[in-house]
Design a protein around this ligand. Structure first.
Ligand SMILES: *[C@@H]1O[C@H](CO)[C@@H](O)[C@H](O)[C@H]1NC(C)=O
Ligand SMILES: *[C@@H]1O[C@H](CO)[C@@H](O)[C@H](O)[C@H]1NC(C)=O
Ligand SMILES: *[C@@H]1O[C@H](CO)[C@@H](O)[C@H](O)[C@H]1NC(C)=O
Ligand SMILES: *[C@@H]1O[C@H](CO)[C@@H](O)[C@H](O)[C@H]1NC(C)=O
Length: 475
């Protein structure tokens, strides 16, 4: 008798668990790619815990071997009418999970790197937000190893456009097709904004003239934090910043002199000459020219200029924001969100491949200017404690980029940027182009607060203003 009861209860448990796997959205996603479709976990309960706010995570299978990881959060307010924002981490080859958990997502990684807290200043307060790990190989996205060794920005643009086609074709997300679309990013991601933005607009033209079919991308805004997209122009400002930023002199006068001589050296060691040679070389022509230039410029020159300071936040050497790798490497967490394989916070092969081909040392200023001139609402921002994307270079770019607003930017002074009456920095704005320098913040501006403002409050205001009003203003 007792053994029958035991068997019955075993059966009952088995039935319950099968039924559970059919209806439990957290039971994971198919392990095999489904080319041309999304594999999705809906409402995993991870990160966004605001009641009633929809989220989905999973893969867009570009082919049987290329799967792009995404995480979508519906806007906490009025999702049907809110814009759709794409966040792309820069790095190069760094996961967008950093932006999600360290800066602007619905939750923040805690100091223990293994738990999270709800973020009241998440960008999905005002927008539907889509985080994508790209190029393939970065974060949770995966693909063949040989592919990682030869990625270019143009290929990355094609992959992301293809992903968006799958996304908009999916019945869960097709309602966002016509939403105002934005590309928001930082540091090297400025190059993604430049290349992807122009590619998306060209694809829209091709759809309009019937040469391809697809869903047009309704690109309306671009946001770039501490953007580096013209190293030849921007690199000299690393010296200026090292000598005279608001916080500390980063290196000795002796080192500045040595590095200046190295920059201008007329023999083969000259950094300026090496970058110029790379600029003059096409990707296929001579990889070694650009590879040598990248090594000499970044490792030999730039990396000397911040001394022993943290180049993302020169005010402190604390490990902040905390790493997301321990949290995202947890197998139980991965199963909940449908992630497969190793979490690659930064994929060095992808990084090398972008650097080696000279993609890193390219001038994207004309492409950025094209987008601005087409009236796409554009925001540049910089934390004043950021060395890498320093405000000195940003503020010269405002008047040197070949835009329709060059004169206006030159004539408009920087004035106070307030958030609810608290001073957050200085800004200027001409037509659809805005710039803000945030006081006290490091590179990842959304991770900082200060001066009676909470972490992320300033970033949410400039984001919201740009996507809803087309430019920023003091409040
Ligand atoms: C987390 O670490 C940062 C930087 O070390 C520190 O300023 C902050 O107070 C810490 N937060 C908590 C809740 O301990
Ligand atoms: C992570 O990167 C390593 C090489 O850096 C690679 O072997 C591995 O396949 C990558 N993981 C994924 C999920 O792509
Ligand atoms: C369609 O538009 C694309 C992008 O602007 C252009 O390159 C192509 O020549 C156009 N094709 C036709 C048939 O007009
Ligand atoms: C976002 O901007 C709109 C105006 O465009 C405003 O009504 C709303 O309060 C703002 N939201 C936040 C969170 O700042």
């Amino acid at each position: 008798m007792s053994s029958i009861i035991l068997k019955l209860s075993v059966v009952a448990i088995w039935v319950a668990s099968v039924a559970g796997s059919l209806i439990d959205p957290r039971a994971g996603i198919p392990s095999k790619p489904t080319p041309g479709q999304l594999r999705v976990v809906e409402n995993s309960g991870v990160c966004e815990t605001t009641p009633g706010v929809y989220q989905a995570s999973g893969y867009g299978d570009l082919s049987s071997t290329k799967s792009m990881w995404f995480w979508f959060f519906e806007s906490r307010n009025d999702p049907e009418n809110a814009p759709l924002t794409l966040w792309l981490e820069g790095g190069r080859g760094t996961s967008s999970m950093r932006g999600l958990f360290q800066e602007n997502g619905p939750c923040r990684i805690n100091n223990d790197s293994s738990s999270v807290s709800l973020n009241p200043y998440s960008w999905n307060e005002v927008s539907n937000v889509l985080y994508i790990d790209q190029p393939i190989g970065v974060g949770f996205s995966y693909g063949p190893e040989d592919l990682l060794a030869a990625i270019t920005e143009d290929e990355a643009a094609t992959d992301v456009w293809n992903f968006l086609q799958l996304f908009f074709a999916d019945s869960r997300f097709s309602k966002y097709k016509a939403s105002n679309f934005g590309i928001w990013t930082e540091l090297y991601g400025a190059s993604y904004a430049a290349v992807f933005g122009n590619y998306f607009l060209d694809q829209n033209d091709r759809i309009a003239n019937g040469s391809i079919s697809g869903t047009p991308i309704n690109l309306k805004s671009i946001g770039v934090g501490g953007g580096v997209f013209d190293p030849l122009f921007q690199y000299p400002f690393y010296e200026d910043y090292a000598v005279s930023n608001p916080y500390a002199q980063l290196i000795s006068a002796r080192t500045v002199l040595d590095q200046t001589r190295l920059w201008y050296a007329s023999d083969n060691s000259g950094i300026l000459k090496m970058i110029q040679d790379c600029y003059a070389t096409s990707y296929e022509e001579n990889k070694i020219v650009c590879w040598n230039a990248v090594l000499a410029a970044n490792q030999g020159w730039v990396d000397t200029l911040f001394g022993s300071f943290n180049p993302y936040y020169v005010r402190s050497n604390e490990n902040y924001p905390p790493s997301v790798t321990p949290y995202l490497s947890n197998a139980a967490l991965q199963a909940k969100i449908g992630a497969q394989g190793t979490y690659n916070d930064t994929n060095i092969y992808v990084a090398y491949s972008l650097e080696e081909g000279g993609v890193w040392l390219h001038d994207h200023s004309q492409e950025i200017a094209n987008l601005i001139n087409k009236g796409i609402s554009t925001l540049f921002w910089a934390g004043d404690a950021d060395f890498y994307g320093n405000y000195m270079a940003q503020e010269l770019l405002l008047i040197s980029l070949p835009t329709n607003f060059q004169d206006g930017m030159y004539e408009t002074p920087l004035t106070n940027y307030n958030v609810n009456g608290h001073s957050a920095g200085v800004f200027k704005q001409v037509d659809s182009w805005s710039y803000v320098r945030v006081s006290g913040a490091g590179h990842q501006v959304g991770a900082y607060g200060g001066n009676s403002l909470e972490r992320g409050q300033t970033a949410l205001q400039f984001f919201n203003q740009t996507i809803t009003q087309g430019h920023i203003f003091s409040t």
